[in-house]
Design a protein around this ligand. Structure first.
Ligand SMILES: [Zn+2]
Ligand SMILES: [Zn+2]
Ligand SMILES: [Zn+2]
Length: 171
C-alpha cells in the first residue's frame, strides 16, 4: 500500500514538466500580458480598480504618482481640462455617488464642474451679469442650474435649459 502511494507521487511530479510543455497556445496567450511602461519613471504600469473604475497606475506608487485612463485595456493619457476661473487643471473627484471635476487650486479656488461621461460637462464660460465672473453648470437635487464661480461671494444663479443657462425673464 505504501509503495503504491510513493509511486503515484513520483509519477505525478515527473509529469508536471511534460504537462507544462504540452500546454496549448491558448495558455501562452492568456498568460502573456502586454506590458506598458510608466513614461515618468520607466516602471511597469499596472491596471488598478478605483472608485471611478479601472485605471492604470505606476508600479512604484506612491513614489511615482503617474496614472492613465483605461481604454479597451490600454493606458490612455488623461485629457487635461482647465478651470474656467483660474486656468489651473481640473481634477476628477468623487464624493459618494457623485463624480465631478474640481479645481486643482482648491481650496483657493472652489470651482467644480459636473462630470459628463468622464469629461467636464461644460468648460464653456458664461459671463455672470452680476459680478463679471463666470457661471458654471451645477447639479442640485432639483436638477441642473448655473451658478457663479465666485459663490458664495456672488450668489447669482440661472436656470438650465438643455445645458445652457437661461436668462431670467423680467416680468
Ligand atoms: Zn512611474
Ligand atoms: Zn480654479
Ligand atoms: Zn457672479
Amino acid at each position: 500500500m505504501q509503495e503504491e502511494d510513493s509511486k503515484l507521487i513520483k509519477g505525478s511530479s515527473s509529469n508536471w514538466e511534460q504537462e507544462f510543455l504540452e500546454q496549448g497556445d491558448d495558455a501562452h496567450i492568456k498568460t502573456a500580458k502586454i506590458r506598458y511602461r510608466c513614461p515618468k519613471c520607466e516602471s511597469l504600469l499596472v491596471l488598478k480598480t478605483g472608485a471611478n473604475g479601472e485605471f492604470w497606475g505606476c508600479e512604484s506608487y506612491p513614489n511615482c504618482d503617474y496614472t492613465a485612463n483605461n481604454e479597451n485595456g490600454k493606458p490612455v493619457r488623461a485629457k487635461r481640462y482647465f478651470c474656467p476661473a483660474c486656468q489651473s487643471p481640473l481634477r476628477k473627484k468623487s464624493f459618494k455617488d457623485n463624480v465631478f471635476w474640481g479645481c486643482s487650486n482648491y481650496p483657493e479656488c472652489k470651482v467644480t464642474v459636473e462630470d459628463d461621461n468622464g469629461i467636464p460637462s461644460s468648460t464653456k464660460k458664461y459671463p455672470c451679469r452680476v459680478c463679471g465672473h463666470y457661471l458654471v453648470r451645477k447639479k442640485s437635487k432639483n436638477g441642473y442650474f448655473w451658478g457663479c464661480i465666485t459663490y458664495p461671494v456672488c450668489t447669482n444663479t440661472l436656470n438650465d435649459e438643455k445645458g445652457l443657462p437661461v436668462l431670467k425673464k423680467r416680468r
